[in-house]
Write a protein that binds this ligand. Structure first.
Ligand code: SAH
Length: 377
């Protein structure tokens, strides 16, 4: 038999119509959809206009995403059917998968999200009588390496995109009751937010903008390990976001041991940047301080903290250590914590002790992800 070599371009002519259709469908299905939440409002409007729709359709779409809690394009019933189909053909609304959803006895809820590349992040919703606070992550893992923290134990994998940060809040919004609304957002989950500043700012803008979520800047708090140059950059955007700085020690000797990046920064540079944040934004800075038994909980540590913060417009938030099974740190006994509080109070430094939430669902940052990545522990 003679072998006839055909040119490759005629290959498709050999297929039946059904085969051709299936091939085409699988090509469409393997083209990854874009993440709509990654688009800035300007980019979204560009897309709408480029597809011959009037600009106001972009506003309607954003209202569905941020206010009307839509979880799919087909729910957006006041958008023309054709536009909904075009959106669904090009974009994913939610890109992550909810791998687990836990509800604690105190109604704290935690989602473990699996991102498109298989990485995991966590977000939490905490309830108080007058507040519904969402805590979100900004990175997969963390490079800061704080020795008592579960999030940094596996190092930094990558930054989250703005859409991945925004999705956490929208996912939480879809989980809470229709009669509840998010009143506060704290950026205190996995990662160092100021090390991912462009995506952080884009997502904060969506949370704050009256056209999107519309949450007041004073209801949004960013917690940082204390990166002075980034704190200044954050101050200069001219918003009244709250800043919380994870100080955890009253001097460099103790801080260097707890927060390894401190050896290149130093407590003084952090306090100067905090002063500038207050001068520019008018917002009182919070200093977070995780109390670790026999490490940073001595009366002399409290006294040194008083020296540092006296005369500054500051507030101290003492955080009871959340146990991480593989780490050798523990929360001090209650009288010890009370002694620390009293020393600050007597010196006129405003101080609060953070309430523990969701203790029965590993709600502290990084704990669930750590379990997902290291299932044996
Ligand atoms: N990287 C940022 C934000 C994420 S951590 C920062 O450092 O602030 C949010 C807060 O949780 C920080 O104050 C952090 O020090 C604290 N934290 C981390 N691990 C903890 C633990 N095991 N127990 C209590 N607080 C912890």
């Amino acid at each position: 038999m003679q072998f006839v070599k055909r040119p490759a371009t005629t290959f498709r002519a050999w297929l039946t119509n059904g085969e051709r259709r299936r091939l085409l469908q699988s090509a469409i299905m393997t083209t990854p959809l874009s993440k709509i939440l990654d688009l800035t409002p300007a980019k979204l409007t560009d897309w709408i206009v480029a597809h011959d729709w009037p600009k106001f359709r972009a506003g309607q779409l954003r209202r569905w995403l941020f206010r009307r809690r839509a979880t799919a394009f087909e729910q957006m019933t006041d958008l023309p059917q054709k536009l909904r189909e075009q959106l669904a053909a090009e974009f994913q609304l939610f890109a992550a998968e909810v791998e687990s959803h836990q509800v604690a006895a105190d109604r704290t809820e935690k989602l473990l999200l699996k991102l498109t590349d298989g990485e995991h992040i966590e977000c939490v919703v905490m309830r108080e009588p007058e507040r519904v606070t969402v805590c979100i992550s900004t990175q997969v893992g963390c490079a800061m390496g704080c020795v008592f923290c579960a999030s940094g134990m596996l190092g930094l994998k990558r930054n989250l995109s703005a859409g991945e940060i925004i999705e956490q809040v929208l996912r939480m919004q879809a989980v809470i009751g229709a009669d509840e609304r998010i009143t506060n957002i704290v950026v205190m989950g996995i990662g160092e937010p100021l090390a991912n500043l462009p995506a952080l700012l884009q997502s904060l803008e969506a949370f704050n903008s009256p056209d999107d979520l519309g949450l007041g800047a004073r209801h949004i708090t960013v917690s940082t390990v204390g990166l002075p140059a980034k704190i200044r950059e954050f101050a200069r955007i001219g918003k009244e976001y709250n800043l919380a700085i994870s100080l955890h020690a009253p001097n460099d000797q103790v801080r260097d041991k707890l927060v390894p990046v401190n050896d290149k920064i130093g407590v003084n540079a952090i306090l100067e940047a905090a002063d500038e944040y207050f001068e520019i934004t008018g917002r009182r800075v919070t200093f977070e301080y995780v109390l670790l038994a026999k490490v940073n909980d001595e009366p002399q540590h409290a006294q040194q903290l008083v020296q540092l913060l006296r005369g500054r417009c500051a507030h101290v938030n003492l955080i009871p250590m959340n146990g991480v099974s593989v780490l050798p740190f523990h929360e001090p006994a209650a009288p010890r914590t009370q002694q620390f509080v009293s020393i600050l109070e007597q010196a006129g430094i405003p101080v609060t002790v953070r309430k523990r939430k969701g203790a029965d669902i590993d709600a502290a940052c990084g704990q669930l992800r750590l379990k997902a990545e290291r299932p044996v522990e």
